[in-house]
Design a protein around this ligand. Sequence first.
Ligand code: KG4
Ligand code: ZN
Length: 355
Amino acid sequence: MNILAIESSCDETACAVVKDGTLNLSDIVASSKELHEKTGGVVPEVAARKQMEFIIPVVEQTLRKFYGDISEKDFQEKKRTGDDIDSIAVTVGPGLVGSLIVGVEAAKSLSLAWRKPLIPVNHLVGHIYANFLKTDFVSPEKNIEFPAVALLVSGGHTDLVLMRGHDNFEYLGGTLDDAAGEAFDKTARLLGLSKYLGGVLLSKKASECEKNNIAGILPRPMIYEDSFDFSFSGLKTAVRRLIEKKDYSIEEVACEFENAVCDVLVEKSTKAIKKFNVKSFLMGGGVAANKQLRCRLENKAKELGVSFYVPPLSLCTDNAVYIASAAYFTYVRGGKTQEIGNIKVNPSLGIMDQV
Ligand code: KG4
Ligand code: ZN
């Protein structure tokens, strides 16, 4: 089954065609990130306007890639009928309302024009399903065994969930204030590294630190508390105080900050793996691209005899490939359907909210 998916929750406009939720046949991502770097943060109105500008070309290019080397006449005919596409999937939330509406309305139009079912997808669930994609054409579907613990660490969310099966999530905990990615971004800004989405740059700076002379100086918020919740906003404030003292190098502060965030995420994930005696551990979201976090959690899972999964870097940040995968495993395989008229954007969707 081929699903064409659309993702437009923030500043990326993405479309993909994925076979059976696991094989990426074609995907395109356009981004307005550069504009938001200039303003030091995403301006929702600007992001939505860019979504409108990009959506048609992105869908068109995805289809061209999918249909491959055929005549222009044949392409136009296939594009008219949606030949070989079985369903449409779209992110309905969480995200910026204006951006989401562009993707959802485009998906509804395709669904009506091609007479194909439309599947609503929770973006946060999508991030976790990036783990189910195959990396090549020949390998079999990944046999990710349940129960599994999934750690979602993105720009706006940090959640730990227990997956008992597809579309069967139990909430364990999440951040009470800032998300891990948000903490990375705000700290990168405090360190003067980037005005927008500075996680990668902060991590790079941290790797340049030869010796961390301030190891342990920052708090590890809630690390030993008896819950699966997180809190990262105090960490950012502690970084500000450190910077004000001017005694420490940027590399040292970056390193100490990254270690503090990773310490907490690793500790809580370990606790969840042990408590629920799971078979697999999955990561997802932009911060899952963080090298230290990936390595430490992989080693920890190995130590505990649990299978470890993390998406390739290209599937950690926003794209439509994992939206198609989530649609397949949580909707199609579960035999779920949804009336197109009931599909609406929900900017404040949580990971446990049904769509
Ligand atoms: O999942 P995502 O693309 O967007 C949301 O759905 O929120 O995540 C973006 C977040 C940003 O906060 C970005 O700084 C962070 O992921 N990020 C990283 C790294 N790469 C991206 N944070 C730490 N280390 C990285 N290597
Ligand atoms: Zn995301």
